[in-house]
Ligand binder design. Structure first.
Ligand code: GLA
Length: 729
């Protein structure tokens, strides 16, 4: 495993446990070619896959057809404007105004471990856990140097890539595009897997055939977004959930992104990923560098399941940080759907008292506790406690909640400013805006210009002062609108194209500062539900609110998409009120519990007002959470059946690392009359072990459960769920 350089052949071989990735340096100009990525090969002699021994050959042997070479060669990092007409990874505005870029290899360094990316979230690992290749290349005409970073992990089939570009000359130039990764593959009748949605219906899975031309997903909203997701995968035509080649690319970034698959004239597919080049222009002065965010590449020969397992492992072990990364989270009750803005100390304490008696462990006070915010039109930016609502102050409330044996958490939306706020009256220029245009409002709010140091400073201090004032152990960090009207009064005209990225860097700086000053804090990110659920945010918070739609049935497909690429421990999921506030659906309290169990678990309802028979179920649900959460958080997740596909039922399971325990969740969405029981084939168990089914007394062999499966009887009624708990004998 690890990384090797074979000097004679000018080949780099990067190995993970089950995959190989081969880079070949080609011809006198030192083109950096991508030879192979796929199932592990013992041998490194795979440079032939770059096809330089067939027409159009390399430029030194066939200069007359240089363009044909450039347009067919599988580049590791595609260049621009010189004859490769496929998607480029980089382009510039040179001092003379031209856009062309070309790179030749100049050297490399291989070492154990992995460097940090200054100011950016990134995966990490010790010297035992990963190794890194830095490939150096240059464009002599532009005086530009680029370092291509590749880190491979010892325990998961992932390669992390990023790029650093440096201006080695005296004159400044502008980067107009700087993507993070490029992948060239021979077509395997690929399907492109992407995730899409909207508010309240995030990360719905879509497959489409990769045809000729370009198919892309992107965000220009300043956040990863509800609509598209910074993830693509190429699934071979013959691959399935369990078998066959799948190549995934996931972006460790929370702002504008661009990801594309492009099938070209020779039936090769180029996939790229990085910061969206639209509205991006970064000035690089003498000696200055630009570091791109990281893209992680995953290869699986075991279908979608293999990709899921590798990404889950990567994020659990090499991305999420802090005290809570492996720890059970306190069961919280959030007052948003319970009270909206209509609450005071007394009401919150009534909820807390009842909740604590039922076994709930933390009260989270959501939006509406500050300024004069009694609806969503005002006060963002005025982070002062509204003592008319919180009589006796915040500390008093927190102390009282603590006295009930519960922890206390609070909601902030630090990146925003209401036009109707004290902050805006004093600092109208702190909102992102284009001079002469009134910025567009969304939820009646503007976005703070976090590219400015003084704005970040003020923002940080105003939330930190609240956190210092009482025993607050959890923060929900919300962000309820996308960016628009991009303009900063502090950036020079030729740096306005930096604002989108500088904003994201500002968010990262604030969250890094927060978790450094408050290392015991449990941070949950949120963005109108799940508009900023991405690997970038997971570097700061171990969990993210998955969606504002907490209806158990809608959540099945939202959580299916999310769990395909993120560990269950990261998915904010609650038992919410009924009829559901988003869709009006009524589902059994029990099923709401089963579905929330697949995530962080908590409650989003007024526990003093729900029907008595529901309330009585809470202590049982809490027992269920305590019994299974270690397994859910740390186990391997497998998708068995998808309601989004079959329209009738959903089924997934988790298996402990030692394969001695498993939990299957089955939810029947619509009952089908006069129908036989469902046959479910389990996954991930040990073929050699025998498993007992809790409550049934039956014992099955592991291979029987996986090959022959079990039968689950149709429950009577719609929206009914069932858990099946298996333990090895
Ligand atoms: C967003 C969040 C909700 C809630 C509200 C408060 O929509 O996703 O959970 O916090 O804001 O305004």
């Amino acid at each position: 495993m690890g990384i090797e350089f074979f000097e004679e052949d000018r080949i780099f071989k990067l190995d993970t446990p089950r995959s190989s990735y081969i880079i070949s340096i080609v011809d006198e100009e030192n083109f950096i070619g991508h030879a192979y990525y796929g199932k592990k090969c013992r041998d490194h002699h795979l440079g032939y896959l770059c096809r330089t021994k067939e027409a159009p050959f390399v430029p030194s042997k066939n200069a007359r057809d240089r363009l044909s070479f450039l347009d067919a060669f599988p580049f590791e990092y595609s260049t621009h404007g010189l004859g490769d007409y496929r998607e480029s990874c980089i382009s510039v505005k040179a001092p003379g105004g031209q856009s062309a870029v070309s790179f030749g290899y100049t050297g490399h360094r291989i070492y154990k471990g992995k460097p940090k990316l200054e100011g950016l979230p990134a995966t990490f690992g010790t010297e035992e856990e990963c190794s890194t290749l830095e490939l150096y290349c240059e464009d002599k005409v532009l005086n530009m140097e680029a370092t291509l970073f590749y880190s491979v992990f010892e325990d998961t089939d992932v390669i992390a890539r990023s790029v650093k570009i440096t201006n080695k000359g005296k004159e400044p130039f502008y980067l107009t595009k700087a993507l993070s990764a490029c992948l060239e593959l021979d077509d395997q009748d690929f399907e492109l897997l992407t995730m899409h949605g909207s508010w309240a219906r995030e990360r719905k899975i879509q497959y489409r055939k990769v045809g000729y031309g370009q198919q892309s997903v992107a965000s220009l909203r300043g956040e990863s977004s509800h609509q598209d997701h910074p993830f693509i995968a190429l699934k071979a035509g013959d691959a399935t959930q369990e078998r066959g080649d799948v190549y995934g690319m996931h972006f460790v970034y929370s702002g504008n992104f661009f990801a594309q698959a492009e099938k070209n004239q020779f039936d090769t597919v180029r996939a790229v990923m990085g910061i969206n080049p639209k509205d991006f222009c970064w000035k690089l002065g003498e000696g200055e560098s630009f570091q791109t965010p990281e893209a992680v590449l995953v290869y699986s020969s075991e279908g979608i399941d293999g990709m899921t397992t590798s990404l889950h492992k990567l994020y659990r072990k090499h991305l999420i940080r802090g005290e809570y990364r492996n720890k059970k989270r306190p069961i919280l009750i959030n007052n948003w759907e319970a009270t909206y803005f209509d609450f005071n100390t007394e009401k919150l304490l009534q909820i807390a008292k009842q909740a604590s008696e039922l076994g709930i462990e933390m009260l989270v006070m959501d939006d509406g506790w500050f300024g004069k915010r009694n609806d969503d039109n005002t006060s963002l930016g005025d982070w002062d406690v509204n003592e008319e609502k919180l009589e006796g102050g915040l500390k008093h409330l927190v102390d009282e909640v603590n006295r009930l044996g519960m922890k206390f958490g609070i909601w902030f939306e630090p990146e925003m400013i209401s036009p109707d706020s004290e902050l805006y009256r004093v600092h109208p220029d702190w909102a992102i805006a284009v001079p002469g245009r009134e910025p567009g409002r969304a939820r009646n709010q503007y976005v703070l210009d976090l590219s400015r140091k003084e704005v970040r400073e003020h923002t940080y201090e105003s939330i930190a002062k609240i956190l210092r004032s009482a025993n607050i152990e959890y923060v929900k960090w919300d962000m309820n609108r996308p960016l628009s009207d991009i303009g900063s009064v502090k950036l020079e005209a030729d740096r306005q194209g930096e604002l989108f990225h500088r904003y994201v860097l500002g968010v990262y700086e604030l969250q890094e500062r927060l978790i450094t000053e408050f290392p015991h804090l449990l941070l949950e990110n949120c963005s109108g539900g799940g508009a900023r659920f991405d690997p970038g945010m997971l570097y700061y918070s171990p969990q993210i609110w998955c969606s504002d739609d907490a209806d158990a049935i809608e959540r099945l497909s939202i959580q299916e998409g999310t769990a395909m690429i993120y560990p269950l421990s990261t998915m904010g999921a609650h038992v919410s009120d009924c009829p559901n506030h988003t869709v009006g659906r009524v589902t059994p309290f029990e099923t709401r519990g089963y579905v929330a169990l697949a995530g962080t678990f908590g409650y989003e309802l007024d526990v003093t007002k729900i029907p008595q028979e529901d309330r009585e179920q809470i202590p049982e649900q809490i027992k269920m959470y305590h019994k299974y959460n270690d397994l859910v958080r740390e186990g391997e997740y497998y998708r068995i059946a998808s309601y989004s596909v079959n329209k009738e039922y959903d089924c997934y399971m988790v298996v402990s690392e030692d394969q001695r325990e498993a939990l299957v969740t089955f939810v029947q969405v619509l009952n089908r009359p006069n129908w036989k029981s469902r046959r479910i084939k389990l996954k991930g168990l040990s073929a050699e072990l025998d498993y007992a089914v809790e409550g049934e007394g039956e014992v099955y062999a592991g291979d029987t459960l996986m090959n022959a499966g079990i039968l689950i009887e149709n429950p009577w009624g719609d929206f009914k769920g069932k858990l099946i708990h298996l333990t090895a004998r």
